[in-house]
Each structure stands twice: as structure tokens, then as C-alpha cells.
Design a binder for this molecule. Structure first.
Ligand SMILES: *Cc1c(COP(=O)(O)O)cnc(C)c1O
Length: 374
């Protein structure tokens, strides 16, 4: 029995190893480890790829969320609407700035923020009158873009800003527009396991707003002004390392092809698992970056154990919604308040997903799932 990797970064590295080695060697030769030329080059390529005017790289996906919130002046007394079914970082940056996360339930099929519940939560905050509704942070969970047309319409009606947490969805698409140009501000992550990962931490903010981009460039370098030692604002040390930029440049060369390969893997799973588990639904016109391939089953534990025994790893993203996490419970309304997310946390399970998952291995995974649940 061969052990199957959950994400096969080694197969990818074998393809690009020479380019990565050469890119890192160039950085070692020129020695500009901080803000070297590869950083600007990566920003140009990332902006071009996604169709955004500006790309400002930062040191992680978390900083890609934190820095725009700082630039917008989000703080005490502000309400930021965020799905409760997400990774911690989305909610964390809100609390770090002294603002209040208002948790929103998700759609059971897309896993993304429910526009209906968002309307409800905004109305509730307005009625209570203690917090100022400032920002909606949508999350493109598992790689699928949220419904930005509906979100943008609602946000403009309500006078609220809109930011995309696209940590999992870089490479995704809505119509002919790519992630990075679907929302006014988009944050993404280059954590190694994300669809476009480097070999360490990294992230980027994409936007058409030149003033915001300038503020982000300042914030990532301690709030610098025109001169490095002018301090215009409170900032961070949140630059993207030159060596990581060299890695991203090598990976960008094969990224579009990898996104296509992920579609083929998802299609094979959909076909192999139809009628046995609930497979993920992609609405018409959207393309997922397939950071995760996540199914729903009421027999999750038996499935995970049975697959593990056959050398097939699974993962649960996420076992607990934000509003039930000890660190965030004070911002929520307790068990039962976000029923869709709570149910998903009990029923979702993610299968091995990466561009290099071959048909034979996938057949084995699907057959094993059919044996366990059939
Ligand atoms: C990974 C992730 C982040 C944070 O990215 P890092 O690069 O790990 O800081 C934020 N939001 C979501 C939804 C994520 O999946």
C-alpha cells in the first residue's frame, strides 16, 4: 500500500527545480535580500495575471488582510462582517485592530458568505446602533470566488467597503475576470499549500486603487514616507522576501497550466463520487482554484478512518466555526446562531487535491470511498 500525499509539492518541485535554483542563485549573487528586483518583477507579473492595476506583496496572507484594514483606518467601534466558516486569520486581523468581527453564516453549497444572512447581520448592527458597519470581508473558501456581483451591489447600497480574502482562490475566475480583479481590494497568500505557494510565508494585495496601493507600500515598511526614515503612519515590518519572490516567479510560469490540471482532477472526483457523497458545486461562470476538494457526508469519521487505513490522507477544514472558538465566542451569539456553518463543521471532509494527482491514484481514492460508504 503506497501512502498518497494530501498535497504533492514534491512533484511540482521536480518540474521547476532548475528554475528555482537559478532564481535563488541570482538573488545570492546580487545580494539584495530585502526588496530586491525580483519583488517588483513578481508584483508586475501577479498584477498582470489577475488583471489588477496594482499588486503590493507582503510577508503573509495574514498581513495582506491586516495592511488594507490599517490603510482603511478600521478600528474600535467598527463592525467588519466576515463568514464564521473560515480560517482564523480572517477574523484575527479584525480583532487585532480593535474592531469587532460580526460573524455571518455561509451558503451550504458554495461554502461562501451568505448574502441573505449578510443583509440580516448588517440590519441587526444598524438597529443596535453601537457599532459602525465599515467593511465586508468575503472569503473565497476552498478556492471558489464568493458572489462579488451581489456583494458589491449590497456594499454600495449600504456604504460599506468590500475586501476579498482570496488566500485560497488565487487563479480562480468569475466570467473572464480573474481573482484579484473581482473585488475593490483582494488579499491573497503564498503559504506553500495554497494554489500559488512559495517556499515560506508570503502574500499580496491586489487593487485598482492607487492611493490604497501607496498606503500599503508605506505600511509594509514601518509606515515610511518618501524617505525611508520619514514615519508617516504606524506600519509593520511586512515585506515579501526577495528569495520568495524568485520562487513565485518560477511557479508563475506553470501556474495557469496547474489551475487547468486542478479542474481535471476536480472533474474526475465529481464523476467518481457522484451519488455517494455530496460533491462540491461550482456555480455557472465561476472557476475554482481548488485549494481544497471538500465533500459532505454524515459518516465523516468512518470515512476518514477507512481512508487512513488505506494510506489516503484527509483533512477537516474547519472543525469549528469562528463564533464557537474560545478566542472569538464573545463576538458571536453561541451554538445554534449560525446553523449552516455549524452543520458544515460536522460534515465536511477534504480529499487529496493537487495538480499532479493522476487518474489511477484518484480511481483508487474513489473506489476506497465507495467501499467504505457504499
Ligand atoms: C491561509 C489563509 C489565510 C492566511 O494566510 P497566511 O499566508 O497563512 O498568513 C487567511 N485567510 C484564509 C481563508 C486562509 O486560508
Amino acid at each position: 500500500m503506497t501512502q498518497i500525499p494530501f498535497i504533492d509539492l514534491a512533484a511540482q518541485q521536480a518540474r521547476i527545480r532548475d528554475a528555482v535554483d537559478a532564481g535563488i542563485a541570482r538573488v545570492l549573487d546580487h545580494g539584495r535580500y530585502i526588496m530586491g528586483p525580483e519583488v517588483a518583477e513578481a508584483e508586475t507579473r501577479l498584477a498582470e495575471f489577475s488583471g489588477a492595476t496594482h499588486c503590493v506583496t507582503v510577508s503573509s496572507g495574514t498581513d495582506a488582510l491586516l495592511a488594507p484594514l490599517m490603510a482603511m483606518g478600521i478600528g474600535a467601534g467598527d463592525a467588519v462582517f466576515v463568514p464564521t466558516f473560515t480560517f482564523t486569520a480572517s477574523a484575527e486581523v479584525i480583532v487585532l485592530l480593535g474592531a469587532s468581527p460580526v460573524f455571518v453564516d455561509v451558503d451550504p453549497d458554495s461554502f461562501n458568505i451568505s448574502v441573505a444572512d449578510l443583509k440580516h447581520q448588517i440590519a441587526k448592527v444598524r438597529a443596535e446602533g453601537t457599532l459602525n458597519p465599515r467593511l465586508v470581508m468575503a472569503v473565497d473558501l476552498f478556492g471558489l470566488p464568493a458572489d462579488y456581483d451581489a456583494l458589491a451591489a449590497l456594499c454600495s447600497e449600504e456604504g460599506i467597503e468590500l475586501l476579498a480574502d482570496a488566500a485560497q482562490s488565487y487563479g480562480g475566475q468569475s466570467g473572464n475576470r480573474r481573482v484579484g480583479s473581482l473585488a475593490p481590494v483582494t488579499a491573497t497568500s503564498f503559504f506553500p499549500a495554497k494554489p500559488l505557494g512559495c517556499y515560506g510565508d508570503g502574500g499580496a494585495v491586489l487593487t485598482d486603487d492607487g492611493d490604497l496601493a501607496a498606503a500599503l507600500e508605506s505600511i509594509r515598511q514601518h509606515g515610511k514616507g518618501v524617505d525611508k526614515y520619514d514615519n508617516d503612519r504606524i506600519g509593520l515590518n511586512a515585506r515579501f522576501d526577495t528569495i520568495q519572490a524568485a520562487v513565485i516567479l518560477a511557479k508563475l510560469d506553470i501556474f495557469a497550466e496547474e489551475i487547468d490540471l486542478r479542474q481535471a482532477v476536480a472533474r474526475r472526483y465529481n464523476a467518481g463520487l457522484a451519488g455517494i457523497v455530496e460533491t462540491p458545486a461550482v456555480p455557472d461562470g465561476l472557476v475554482s482554484a481548488w485549494a481544497q476538494y471538500t465533500i459532505k457526508t454524515d459518516r465523516r469519521e468512518a470515512l476518514a478512518d477507512g481512508l487512513k487505513a488505506q494510506g489516503i490522507p484527509t483533512a477537516i477544514y474547519y472543525p469549528k466555526p469562528m463564533h464557537l472558538q474560545p478566542a472569538y465566542a464573545r463576538f458571536g451569539d453561541g451554538p445554534g446562531s449560525q446553523p449552516v456553518s455549524e452543520k458544515l463543521c460536522d460534515t465536511v471532509i477534504s480529499l487529496p487535491m493537487h495538480p499532479y494527482l493522476d487518474a489511477k491514484t484518484q480511481d483508487r481514492i474513489c473506489a476506497t470511498i465507495r467501499d467504505i460508504l457504499g
